[in-house]
Design a protein around this ligand. Structure first.
Ligand code: PLP
Length: 416
């Protein structure tokens, strides 16, 4: 089909036209089958057309397809917020609001912390990704392509190095950069929030250093600065737990949700400490579609399926399969470009590097094409687009997962 009616500023990783999907498999309009290791970029932790989600959407569509919550509240929104509050593993009472997307959740979080603190400075991290809207662009720790040609962005925003065993940046280095920031660039009393991904998604599936996370938590407590965790990609079971911040032993003050929250229906949320969330004037938060009843029904069915036992089993099965195969490939010397494996749980990245350690971005592009031709959809990540990010549904059948990894192995072997 022609793309003439589509903006050429949308970059398309796989130039195919999808028709339908079932759990971890999708088919294009020519009938070709693909194993899906992209999952709609982390949206389909429960797979394509999860029966519980489909049934909930279908049933809701016969009852109430839409109402703007600010005009008149409806049961699915109220029920979902209660379920989400119970699902967020923190010791304080959780409240929040629903949005249409992840970026909209991040946007609203910026407004919420401005309202709560009376301050405006945001501290984000190198390699971060928080969205494509005007204010979230500036939070991203990557210029090309997001910040190009759009002029002056809303600020002020400062970035710190993101410490992780996966990128070699240490906790001490990040803390030193923080010291410098507050002695050279800005006064700590002007800071409205820190925003951080517990595992960076777009940045290359880098798991945050635990010592740094705890030092950052203490710093925020001492200076009365809200700490926002962006769990849009790492949440809802991706790392084998409900949310990736649990691994860090900290409680964020606000948490951003999106992607796999509703099994494929557009929905996001900002949740956290109630005293932070109640400061903007009435009408300061909301939106026509945010918390649409059909999206809420999808999210309620998602939460029904995401028991802790399921998340643990799914996460560990996928992690075991990926890490076993990766280590075998390393031992065999399968591919000269095979670099480090990054991430935690089932949120795994595989780096491609040249002999001198520089990113092998060209080979990753080649791999995406080889794999697609062979029936496997993959997604790149990392500043240099040299890290494969593995986001297969958590519900993928073990045989389909192995089949996908077999294709990946065969394609890695062919890289020139
Ligand atoms: C960590 C993170 N935050 C925010 C976003 C933006 O979400 P959305 O694309 O739903 O606006 C993304 C999307 O990839 C993300 O991975």
């Amino acid at each position: 089909m022609s793309h003439a009616t589509i903006s050429q500023s949308i970059s398309i990783v796989h130039p195919i036209s999808l028709s339908h999907g079932k759990n971890a498999e999708v088919w294009d309009t020519t009938g070709k089958r693909y194993i899906d290791f992209v999952g709609g970029i982390g949206v389909l932790n429960l797979g394509h057309c999860h029966p519980g989600v489909v049934e909930a959407i279908r049933e809701q569509a016969t009852k109430l397809t839409h109402y703007a919550f600010n005009a008149a509240p409806h049961a699915p929104y109220l029920e979902l917020m209660e379920r989400i509050s119970a699902f967020i593993p923190v010791g304080y009472p959780v409240s929040g609001m629903l949005t249409n997307s992840g970026a909209e959740a991040a946007e609203n979080a910026l407004k919420i912390v401005r309202g709560a603190t009376g301050r405006t400075v945001v501290i984000a991290f190198d390699g971060a990704f928080h969205g494509r809207t005007l204010a979230t662009l500036n939070l991203n720790g990557k210029v090309a392509p997001y910040k190009q040609k759009v002029g002056v962005l809303p600020g002020p925003v400062y970035h710190l190095p993101y410490p992780s065993a996966d990128n070699g940046v240490t906790c001490a280095e990040a803390l030193k950069a923080m010291d410098r920031l507050f002695s050279v660039e800005i006064d700590v009393s002007d800071v409205a929030c820190f925003i951080i991904e517990p595992v960076q998604g777009e940045g290359g599936f880098l798991a945050l250093d635990i010592e740094f996370a705890q030092a950052l938590r203490r710093f925020c407590d001492t200076n009365n600065i809200p700490l926002i965790a962006d769990e849009i990609q790492s949440g809802f079971g991706r790392t084998g737990q409900r949310f990736a911040f649990s691994r860090l032993g900290i409680e964020p003050d606000l948490i951003l949700l999106g992607k796999s929250i509703a099994g494929g229906v557009p929905l996001g949320a900002v949740v956290g400490r109630k005293p932070l969330l109640d400061n903007l004037p009435k009408g300061g938060l909301g939106g026509t579609y945010s918390g649409n009843p059909i999206a809420c029904a999808g999210a309620l069915a998602t939460l029904d399926a995401m028991t802790d036992a399921h998340l643990k089993t799914w996460g560990s099965q996928q992690e075991e399969a990926i890490t076993r195969r990766y280590h075998a490939w390393r031992t065999q010397g399968l591919c000269a470009y095979l670099g480090r494996m990054t991430g935690v749980g089932a949120m795994r990245g595989i780096e491609l590097v040249n002999a001198d350690g520089t990113p092998a971005s060209k080979q990753l592009t080649q791999l995406l094409e080889l794999a697609r031709d062979a029936g496997l959809l993959l997604m790149p990540s990392g500043k240099s687009r040299h890290i494969i990010r593995l986001l297969a549904p958590l519900t993928i059948e073990p045989a389909v997962l192995e089949e996908g990894l077999d294709i990946l192995e065969a394609c890695l072997r062919q890289l020139a």
